[in-house]
Design a protein around this ligand. Structure first.
Ligand code: HEC
Length: 214
């Protein structure tokens, strides 16, 4: 019981840290786009702290949504300032990568036994060789950590990171796997017809069930 609580606490801390990198990117991008707007001083300090070249053209299309999101992102702000290194990588997601995380028109997923796929996906989930930065999915998502509440909804649905960084209004589950491959994992998307993608997607279905039952 005690150790359980302790673990939960650690995980929450961990996930909070990771959650922050996303809001920070958003805040920085928004501050770039709306620095002179009426959001008050709240945004400015973290914008300065995090300011690299993040607010360039890549994010200018976020301007329209920036208003609506700013209150929601607020929670990350306070702690965001120390996170200098986290936001660099997400800022420059190319149009090509944005397209590459979306199902292709000739999408033909690998098919296989769901159980066997989930089993494989579970192994891949902790495989750091999928990323270019030493992370595995597990680094952020161990024991159900690191997900926003949207994870409990049926797919397709809207996910903050997919919207902010990739401009996608809605994602399917396999697209969400690809989003996490590209952004937090700093890797190429998996092949759309690969067993790996099918396996990770199937395992995420299992994890979604667990998440719903928490
Ligand atoms: C550096 C941390 C990090 C890593 C590594 C990571 N993710 Fe995520 N993931 C996140 C964050 C942050 C969110 C929440 C995004 C949001 O709600 O805007 C998330 C959300 C998700 C979601 C749920 C989205 C929803 O519906 O709300 C899935 C599924 C997911 N990740 C799968 C994966 C998979 C599969 C991997 C490995 C290939 C992975 N993640 C690696 C940080 C990470």
């Amino acid at each position: 019981m005690n150790t359980d609580n302790h673990r939960k606490e650690l995980l929450q801390k961990l996930s909070r840290n990771f959650m922050i990198s996303v809001p920070v990117m958003t805040v920085v991008a928004m501050a770039g786009a709306t620095a002179v707007s009426d959001h008050g001083p709240g945004l400015i300090p973290s914008a300065e702290a995090g300011q690299g070249e993040a607010e360039g053209e890549a994010h200018s299309e976020a301007e329209g949504e920036a208003e609506g999101k700013s209150e929601g992102e607020g929670e990350g702000e306070g702690e965001a300032q120390g996170e200098g290194e986290a936001e660099g990588e997400g800022e420059g997601i190319s149009e090509k990568m944005k397209a590459a995380v979306q199902r292709p028109s000739d999408y033909q997923p690998h098919e296989g036994d769901a159980r066997a796929l989930a089993e494989k996906g579970k192994a891949l989930f902790s495989d750091t060789s999928l990323s270019t930065n030493g992370l595995s999915c597990q680094t952020c998502h161990a024991n159900g950590a690191g997900y926003a509440d949207t994870f409990s909804k049926d797919y397709p649905h809207s996910v903050e990171m997919a919207k902010t960084d990739f401009g996608l209004d809605q994602v399917t589950l396999d697209e969400m796997v690809q989003v996490c491959m590209v952004a937090p994992m700093a890797a190429q998307p998996l092949e759309w017809d690969s067993e790996e993608l099918a396996a990770l997607t199937e395992y995420m279905r299992v994890e979604q069930e667990n998440f719903r039952q928490r």
